[in-house]
Design a binder for this molecule. Structure first.
Ligand SMILES: Nc1nc2c(c(=O)[nH]1)N[C@H]1C(S)=C(S)[C@@H](COP(=O)(O)OP(=O)(O)OC[C@H]3O[C@@H](n4cnc5c(=O)[nH]c(N)nc54)[C@H](O)[C@@H]3O)O[C@H]1N2
Ligand SMILES: Nc1nc2c(c(=O)[nH]1)N[C@H]1C(S)=C(S)[C@@H](COP(=O)(O)OP(=O)(O)OC[C@H]3O[C@@H](n4cnc5c(=O)[nH]c(N)nc54)[C@H](O)[C@@H]3O)O[C@H]1N2
Ligand SMILES: [Mo]
Length: 729
């Protein structure tokens, strides 16, 4: 920093967790700070144009627009979409729930249903909460089986572990093995000991094939965990039809290889199976997510050092709140989407339903949309339909930093401060981290003049949704949100502040306000906290502020049974809902048997997450888009020849949802029968204000994604989409 100018962005070598490792995207932060397209003043639509307005005018307009829709159509007429950055920003994380509660709409959507919802549903059914996700203990394992993840590019997801390249090399250096299952030879696959192409969407069958071998050859040994588990016997029966010979034609992996992988997995001293977005954004997402942990269990590696373990976070973790092992369990299917009748998960509906909820007439039809840090027009399926649908809305308000493909349709855009101007503590990532870590970063630069903090924007929206108008008493709202949290915690049996006096705790948090006060409370009441005096050595925000490189709280430790929150107090290895979906997988298996060849001729589409992209929104930063255009269709040489495609030529790719044209790259890194297009592109929309991104527009791959979902979780099927590919032009 020089004054308020950002000079450079560097890693912190003394950081207790990252040790200075930085993702290349971090270099974008400086350019984001300088980006003239980044919004610093609200925009309001006047005579069809988005023009600058004061904050007061903007909130008055939101009050008018949302108020009118609420009055005419009721609560469900307003839908909300929470995008990915909102899960990593204190304002929406801490105050978003107050806004949603004030609004009271069942039409809540988020990026979760184009991402990890299947893992959350499987985890909730098996372990009791949606974020009870076992994480591979990569620093102590000897065998890591990775399916559908590319942590060398993504930096690890549902697995917070900086520098996965170094950690993967370390496994191999200590004599261990890393095996990658992916329809593409990814960077991670290149670093691995072994890589197998897999036909997209077939991971659940492969995993059950491995389970079949473990059980058939008597290699399964869950050890002491069996005492804490229901349904273990049921697995044997479920796995019977999935012999390696039966699943091989579907998955495209030889039966002998499947047997060998199963034996090596069982034979390793410490092994972990890890599945990520390739295993969730597919038709059998929940089954695959479940089967990953069935294997961790069968091999005796669940909740064991070097296996797949439950992290313990310093704040906000449901599975360390109160007392285990019994709990309320999964909260799923309490209501359904109006048009297709798809079930809710953890309070939200599948975003694949959003367009039809806007366009289909009837009571409770969505007439207004609030987006917070999301670009659903690019990032969610059947993009063309959603695009048309949002044009049809009566009112739309976006909390965002750009006029992009989604926000260009807004009536009001409320800018958020840039990341460097916000305090940061990553609630979500720490719940999935291979070590318990706490690190708080205060804002490093001041906010733009008059720019409220993001939590203040969210609370004003809450006040408007509650019918209290735009001039909310933020101090009172802030206190109310905090008090609700405190009351819940002191009433919770087994909580570290059970029975304490709320007033006394509030006083102890003085003079902080806003997210800092909330965070201080959560740290202190959390598992490592000072419990407001009970453990003076424990964490407080003061302590974190005095430790700018973070505080390391140790490696993962076994947590069963206390971590469980299922009604039975046991691990549910064969939850009823999941077992009921296995026949659908058997049908796919039977369809592939015998005519595997015919099936393999059909081309399917997968995505390709890129190192210098962050889903759809970092393409306006010159450092991250320079070089040759990256939005290309990858085609295997055999397919290219058969289809008459030339490297550098154009291909027309079409699916049941739509079609697009993009340049071809021929490469043996993609499996025959599979093509790959990265998501997050398509920045040539009229009215968007993305001067750099529009020069590297690319195409939106989600024009091809149909609104099909994994039935258990409502997650969109973004991988394994049947397509036709032909030369264009
Ligand atoms: N085909 C296909 N589609 C995919 C995926 C895929 O693999 N394949 N991946 C999916 C996944 S995993 C995800 S998470 C989603 C992501 O989809 P979304 O959650 O919709 O996220 P983005 O498209 O990245 O858009 C983020 C928005 O937030 C804004 N923004 C950035 N920082 C801030 C901030 O601090 N505050 C506010 N208020 N706004 C901010 C940006 O300008 C942008 O408009 O995409 C999904 N879509
Ligand atoms: N640089 C960068 N980092 C990011 C992001 C980004 O956009 N850019 N996005 C962030 C977000 S929001 C998320 S959710 C995470 C995601 O993190 P990861 O899950 O690691 O994401 P991907 O790199 O997309 O890896 C998914 C892999 O699955 C493969 N795959 C596709 N279909 C199948 C299938 O059916 N079976 C199997 N076995 N594999 C399949 C793909 O080829 C790909 O290699 O990354 C985060 N980190
Ligand atoms: Mo994501």
């Amino acid at each position: 920093m020089r004054g308020t100018e950002v000079v450079s962005v560097r890693g912190d070598d003394d950081d207790v967790f990252s040790r200075g490792f930085l993702c290349p995207k971090s270099q974008g932060l400086k350019q984001l700070n300088e980006d003239p397209d980044r919004l610093t003043r609200p925009l309001v639509r006047r005579d069809g144009e988005l023009v600058e307005a004061s904050w007061e005018e903007a909130f008055a307009e939101v009050d008018r627009g949302l108020g009118a829709v609420l009055e005419a159509g009721g609560r469900n007429a307003v839908a909300v979409y929470l995008g990915n950055p909102s899960a990593h920003s204190l304002g929406p994380m801490l105050y978003g729930p107050a806004f949603l509660k004030a609004l009271g709409s069942q039409n809540l959507y988020s990026a979760s249903t184009v991402d990890q919802m299947p893992k959350q549903v499987a985890s909730a059914l098996m372990f009791g909460t949606g974020l009870s996700v076992p994480v591979p203990d990569v620093d102590r394992t000897d065998y890591l089986l990775i399916l559908g993840a590319n942590p060398l590019v993504s930096n690890g997801s549902l697995l917070t572990a900086p520098d996965m390249r170094g950690r993967i090399r370390a496994i191999q250096e200590r004599g261990g093995k890393v095996v990658v299952i992916d329809p593409r030879r990814s960077r991670t696959a290149n670093e691995a000991s072994e890589h197998h192409f897999i036909r997209p969407g077939t991971d659940a069958a492969l995993l059950l094939g491995i389970a079949n071998v473990l059980l058939d050859e008597d290699l399964s040994d869950p050890g002491e965990l069996a005492e804490h588990t229901n349904g273990g016997d049921g697995i044997t029966e479920l796995a019977v039809p999935f012999s390696p010979e039966a699943v091989a034609p579907l998955c495209g992996i030889d039966a002998d290889e499947i047997r060998r992988i199963a034996r090596e997995l069982a034979g390793a001293d410490h092994a972990a199976v890890y599945g990520r977005i390739g295993t969730t954004t597919q038709s059998f997402g929940t089954l695959a997510s479940w089967a990953v942990d069935v294997l961790n269990y069968l091999t005796g590696n669940l909740d064991r050092e070097g296996g797949a373990m439950f992290p313990l976070a310093a704040v906000a973790q449901r599975n360390s709140a109160g007392r285990g092992p019994t709990g309320r369990g999964a909260r799923l299917g309490r209501w359904s989407s109006r048009v297709r009748g798809l079930p809710e998960s953890f309070g939200e509906l599948p975003v694949a339903c959003l367009a039809e909820e806007i366009t289909t007439p009837g009571d409770d039809r969505v007439r207004a949309l609030v987006t917070i840090a999301g670009n659903p027009v690019i990032s969610t399926p059947d993009a063309a339909s959603l695009q048309t649908a949002v044009e049809d809305l009566e009112f739309m308000v976006c909390v965002d930093i750009y006029v992009n493909e989604t926000t260009r349709h807004a009536d009001v855009i409320l800018p958020a401060p840039e990341p460097l101007a916000k305090a940061h503590y990553d609630f979500a990532l720490y719940q999935l981290a291979i070590r318990s870590v706490a690190n708080y970063s205060p804002p490093v630069i001041p906010r733009a003049p008059e720019q409220p903090d993001e939590w203040e924007v969210v609370l004003r929206l809450a006040s408007i949704a509650a019918g209290q108008g735009p001039d909310a008493d933020l101090e009172a709202w802030d206190k109310l949100v905090l008090e609700t949290l405190i009351q819940r915690d002191i009433a919770l049996p087994g909580s570290r502040i059970e029975g304490r006096d709320a007033g006394e705790l509030l006083d102890a948090l003085e003079p902080r306000r806003g997210p800092q006060r909330m965070l201080d409370f959560m740290l202190r009441a959390g598992p490592f906290g000072d419990a407001f005096g009970a453990d003076p050595e424990g964490l407080t925000l003061d302590k974190l502020e005095a430790a700018p490189h973070g505080i390391d709280l140790g490696p993962m430790r076994p947590r069963v049974p206390d971590v469980l929150r299922t009604p039975s107090g046991k691990i549910e290895l064969a939850p009823e809902q999941i077992v009921a979906d296995v026949p659908r997988l058997r049908t796919a298996l039977e369809a592939a048997s015998g005519n595997g060849k015919a099936k393999a001729n059909g081309i399917v589409l997968i995505g390709r997450r890129q190192l210098r992209s962050n889903n759809s929104w970092m393409h306006n930063l010159p450092a991250l888009v320079k070089g040759k255009d990256r939005c290309t269709v990858w085609v295997n040489p055999d397919d290219a020849e058969r289809l008459g495609l030339a490297d550098g030529g154009q291909a027309r790719v079409s699916s049941s949802a739509g079609e697009l044209t993009a340049p071809v790259e021929i490469t043996a890194e993609i499996m025959p029968g599979v093509v790959s297009i990265p998501h997050g592109w398509g920045h040539d929309a009229p009215g968007a204000r993305l001067s750099v991104a529009s020069e590297h527009a690319g195409v939106n791959s989600n024009l091809l994604a149909p609104t099909e979902v994994d039935p258990l979780s409502g997650n969109a099927v973004l991988n394994g989409i049947p397509v036709e590919v032909a030369p264009a032009g």
